[in-house]
Structures are given as structure tokens and as C-alpha cells.
Ligand binder design. Structure first.
Ligand code: AMP
Length: 392
């Protein structure tokens, strides 16, 4: 079966076409700057990447072009060879604990989730409706970033805030990157043969940690929004909410401007003064640039704080897993994190850790907690859910 795994943003649409149950990615690409004058798209196929500049008036234009390109590249002969489309949804609100097939009720429910993710969820809905217009007979599935964390207990997801905020407005921790953390739980079960107690560190441009027990999320570092938790590329992670009115009064910035600063001008970008990209900050760190050294130290400290906390919650983790852009590629960050845990007997195999493209265990045999690098695959997870739901 051919399943499209889709991530629609406000002006972008990323896709991967996969063959299921073989779990084989065939072709992928991204349509960017939809609705703008300088729109373009890229397609990756058999190790080659093609870029075309073309006017993309709407998501529907992009969807039609995507399907026509699949025909051009000879991966399908007609639109109806697409057996299902899985859509990534950032926020599933209170009710969604797992992926579902889209119907009218689901569309109505999704509309209700917009206040939780006003930037992302409307764009996801545009993406779903565009595909429904072009492929009216193809089943659509929605896969939520928040769903995996719905197993957190009340004392984990509640904030110590007025209880009516929770009751009336659903103010609580939701957590994100659930599809990735779920993938890590699944892969770890494949590797070890059982459900281990895992600390999954999804550290990319956005970053979150998750404590996983019996294949379920117990705790996670992101909160009501993806701004909380560890330090990210340009997001601040955990801060004291009380600083916001102070900064507003000192800088005369509006609330929206300060929130924009917390999301886009903070994190590694702010501390390093160089970039939100870990590769650039690492370069500064290696050249002893003072601010890059501080940025990396802060970054590592925050990850270690969460690992320590989750190790306690799990009453002793079996494994720490690194994934996503930084987790998969930065041997420096992994080494610095594990060094700080060496007092509890966590030991890195330096040679394995510095192997490019490593996929598997990077700790020594006698390490008290096993350490792994596992490349995440959210697209596969979305396609698998879609495949399973449409074959039910
Ligand atoms: P993601 O959001 O998972 O796509 O991760 C993207 C981020 O991964 C980039 O912004 C970089 O900070 C980081 N990254 C990618 N490659 C490397 C690398 N070789 N070394 C360090 N960081 C990397």
C-alpha cells in the first residue's frame, strides 16, 4: 500500500510517500512559501534532490502538483494509487489519545483544538481539506504530537494554577514530539525485546525529553505549549513567567513581541550570539568562544537536570536514548551529557559515540544505564498509524 505522510504548515507542505507494510520510504519533498511570490518545491528521489520555482497559489495547488510529480517520477500511475494520507497534527487538545480516521466529527473536533495551537492547527486543517478536495475517496488519518503523552497521570500534567483554569479552559501540560517518543519506545522494544524504562531525548531544533515506562509516556518536558522544558535552538525552555511583565515594562515591548522573543530570539541563538544551529555553536565552543561555551554548558545542564529527574521518576532508568538533529549528530553534546552522569556509573564508549551516523548502543558493557542513538522517524510512524487504521 502507498501511504502519504504529510506535515502541513501555514505556508509549507512536507511529504513522504511510503510503501507499507514494507516500511519503505520511496520519495519525499517539500512545498515552501505557498501563497507567496517566491514559492518553490523540492523533491528527493533515489538520492537526488530537484528544486523547482513555481507559483503555489494555495495548498490545493501544492497537493495537485505533488501528485502530478509522483506520476512524473513514475512512482504512481494515477491518483487513486494513494491508499491513505496521514497528517501530522501538533495539538490534539484534551480528547485525542491516539490517531483517528478523519470524518466530519473529527473535523469539527479539530476546529475546537485551534485555540491550543493557533499557529499550527489551522494550517493542518487547510492541509487536510486540500487533500480531501483532490483525493475525495482516499481515507485521511490524523496523528497527534500530543497523543502519546495522554497517559501522564493527573499529578504529572496539572500545573499548580487555579483549578478552574484546568476545568474551564483545559490549562495543563500536554507535551509534544509524541510521535517521535513513541517511535523510540517502539524501536527500543524491537532492540531489547521488552518494554524498558527509557529516557527519550528528542533534541533537534525543538527539543523535549520523555520518561517512558511500559511503552507509555509518564512525563515530558514540554508543557501547555512547545516553549517549555530544555533549551532549544531559539526557544527559551523553562523560565519564570514573572519575568514577562518586567521585560514588557522595561523594553516597552508588547506581550506579542516578548512572546516572539521567547520563541524566536532565545535559546542557543540568544546565549551564543551566533546561531540557533548547534553546528555553529559547536564550532564556537571548539574555538573557545566564551558565549558558545556558556550556551553549550547551559544546554547540557538542562538536559542533565531532566535526565536526573526522570531517572528518579522511573525509579532507575534502563536506557537513555538520543534522537533528532542534535541527538543523532552531535557527539560533543552526547559526551558532555553522559560525562555529567558518570558519577552514577553511566559510561560512554567513546569510539562508538564518535562514529558518524551511529545507530545503536553507545555505552560500555558495564554502564549502569545503557545509552543509545536511534534516528527518529516520525513520517514512518504517521504512515504506520494510517496503514493500521485503514486496514482495520
Ligand atoms: P531537527 O529539528 O531534528 O531537524 O534538528 C535540526 C538541528 O539539528 C539543527 O538546527 C542543528 O542544530 C542540529 N544538527 C544537525 N546536524 C548536526 C551536526 N552534524 N552536529 C550538530 N548538530 C547538528
Amino acid at each position: 500500500m502507498k501511504i502519504l505522510s504529510v506535515n502541513a504548515g501555514s505556508s509549507s507542505l512536507k511529504f513522504t510517500l511510503l510503501e507499507l507494510p514494507e516500511e519503505k520510504a520511496i520519495i519525499s519533498g517539500a512545498f515552501e512559501k505557498i501563497g507567496l511570490d517566491d514559492s518553490f518545491y523540492t523533491i528527493k528521489y533515489q538520492g537526488k534532490k530537484d528544486k523547482k520555482e513555481v507559483k503555489l497559489e494555495s495548498h490545493t495547488t501544492a497537493v495537485k502538483l505533488l501528485l502530478d510529480e509522483l506520476i512524473n517520477y513514475k512512482v504512481i500511475k494515477s491518483y487513486d494509487e494513494i491508499d491513505g494520507v496521514g497528517h501530522r497534527i501538533v495539538h490534539g487538545g484534551v480528547n485525542y489519545t491516539k490517531s483517528v480516521i478523519v470524518d466530519d466529527d473529527v473535523l469539527k473536533e479539530l476546529e475546537k483544538t485551534i485555540p491550543f495551537a493557533p499557529l499550527h492547527n489551522p494550517a493542518h486543517l487547510v492541509g487536510i481539506r486540500s487533500f480531501m478536495e483532490v483525493l475525495p475517496n482516499t481515507p485521511m488519518v490524523v496523528v497527534f504530537d500530543t497523543a502519546f503523552h495522554q497517559t501522564m497521570k493527573e499529578d504529572e500534567y496539572l500545573y499548580a494554577l487555579p483549578y478552574e483554569w484546568y476545568l474551564n479552559y483545559a490549562v495543563r501540560r500536554y507535551g509534544f514530539h509524541g510521535t517521535s517518543h513513541r517511535y523510540i519506545a517502539m524501536k527500543m522494544k524491537e532492540i531489547t525485546g521488552e518494554d524498558k524504562k527509557i529516557i527519550s531525548c528528542h533534541i533537534g531544533n525543538g527539543a523535549s525529553l520523555c520518561a517512558i515506562k511500559d511503552g507509555k509516556s509518564m512525563a515530558t518536558s514540554m508543557g501547555f505549549t512547545p516553549l517549555a522544558g530544555v533549551i532549544m535552538g531559539s526557544r527559551c525552555g523553562d523560565i519564570d513567567a514573572g519575568l514577562i511583565p518586567y521585560v514588557m515594562s522595561q523594553t516597552k515591548k508588547s506581550f506579542e513581541e516578548v512572546m516572539d522573543d521567547l520563541n524566536k530570539k532565545s535559546g542557543m541563538l540568544a546565549i551564543s550570539g551566533v546561531s540557533s544551529d548547534m553546528r555553529d555553536v559547536e564550532e564556537g565552543y571548539n574555538n573557545n568562544d566564551k558565549r558558545c561555551v556558556t550556551a553549550i554548558n547551559m544546554y547540557v545542564n538542562r538536559i542533565v537536570d531532566y535526565i536526573s529527574m526522570y531517572n528518579t521518576k522511573l525509579e532507575g532508568a534502563d536506557a537513555i536514548v538520543f534522537t533528532a538533529g542534535v541527538g543523532e549528530n552531535s557527539d560533543v553534546v552526547r559526551k558532555l551529557v553522559i560525562e555529567k552522569l558518570s558519577f552514577m556509573g553511566v559510561k560512554l564508549d567513546e569510539e562508538k559515540n564518535s562514529t558518524r551516523g551511529i545507530d545503536g548502543e553507545i555505552s560500555t558493557k558495564d554502564s549502569s544505564i545503557k545509552v543509545y542513538v536511534i534516528p527518529t522517524d516520525e513520517e514512518l510512524m504517521i504512515a504506520k498509524d494510517t496503514y493500521e487504521l485503514i486496514n482495520k
